[in-house]
Design a protein around this ligand. Sequence first.
Ligand code: AMO
Length: 438
Amino acid sequence: MEPIEDWRRSQYASEITTEDFESEVTVGGWIQDIRNLGGIAFIQLRDRTGVVQVTVIKKEHGKEFFKKITSLPRETVIMVKGKVQPNEQVASGFEVLPKEMKVLGMANTPLPLGVVDKVDADMDTRLDARFIDLRKEEVAAVFKIRSTILSAVREVFESEGFIEVHTPKIVATATEGGTALFEASYFEKKAYLNQSPQLYKQMLMATGFDRVYEIGPAFRAEEHDTTRHLNEFTSIDIEIAFSDEEDAMGVLERCVYNAILRTREKNEKEMRILGADMDIPALPLQRITYSECLDMIKEGGFEMEWGEDFPMEAMKILGEKVPDFFFITKWPTKSKPFYTQPYEDKPEVCRGFDLQYKEKEITSGAQRVHDVELLKKRLEEQGLNPSEFTFYLDAFEYGMPPHAGWGLGAERLTMILTGMQNIRECVLFPRDRKRLVP
Ligand code: AMO
């Protein structure tokens, strides 16, 4: 292995243009393939943007150099300085004729996973060797789109006057129901990993910050092993003061709109690789009430009572009837968490909403209860003990404005924009029922 010294890339593979013809470039990456024809060898050198062909000619470059480069195992990391030469027979229209090479990182053989193999490896094999799996362009494409989605969402927050915050992930109480909590030991006390920044983002509404957002991990100890659930996911959360659920829905639809717009602008190549396509939705997105959804579900032949959450079977019917993004509004109060504000004139219905894409839920949100007496009552109604929530309830005692907000799963939105069917495809190192490494 050689030291890198002052060698740096002059450009990535896809940045080489006709303007570089006949001049010298420095490229670096992983040897994807070597085709050795005896007197001439073609090396496919891959970086994060694509592949460049390095052509080595025994007569020209010398026997020793030829042998050194062609005997390197696949996926070894090298850098090459050389001249760019036009060549119509190469897909990119050029090749690099090497002058010098550095071997920077040798690859062992055999590889735990092929990068360009035709055979599909199963999910577990792929995740076990995720660092290699992520070298595949179709796998990396998902994370390039995920990065665009997150920056597009931040762009909306920045332009709408939000303050970015970070709330604790080691906490003392549940927010979204006690059963799905991971326990941790915290010196002599028992602690939990936070399921959602819910209580903290609400407490921040008592500070005058007014508009906050947080993008961070959320932990759910859910036992079920599905293609939609992770035990650790990235939650995009907002909370806005002096507002109701309509204001919160407005921010959300602008986030979704901008995420799709930016993905279409910046990730045309990745969308093509994935065969994904997503039209920019017209705003405002449709708002359909819970009761209207229930009617559609019944029309679709599924019987259920008013008041229950929709099971997957019901969601599928709904997703077929509304094959797009849509909000479900005006939920039964008892089906939503304690912090959801009931309608003043019809308390059995609340100001909670979900954002759906077909049958998939991607966001929950609501206007919140900000009257502390009602909040205590709602906690009790849901079988919770207000005395365990003192730290939270205190924030409502000394001037709390009306507020609303939501939580959007970054992986769920990425699934939709990339067309992935399994949420594990949208997280680098998934945590699920069976997986804690890598
Ligand atoms: P909720 O529990 O519905 O609401 O979560 C909000 C969103 O987070 C995502 N999500 C998940 N993603 C992957 N795996 C999971 N196990 C998982 N659980 C949830 C989904 C979901 O829509 N405090 C409220 C939000 C709020 O009202 O502000 C909450 O956490 O995309």
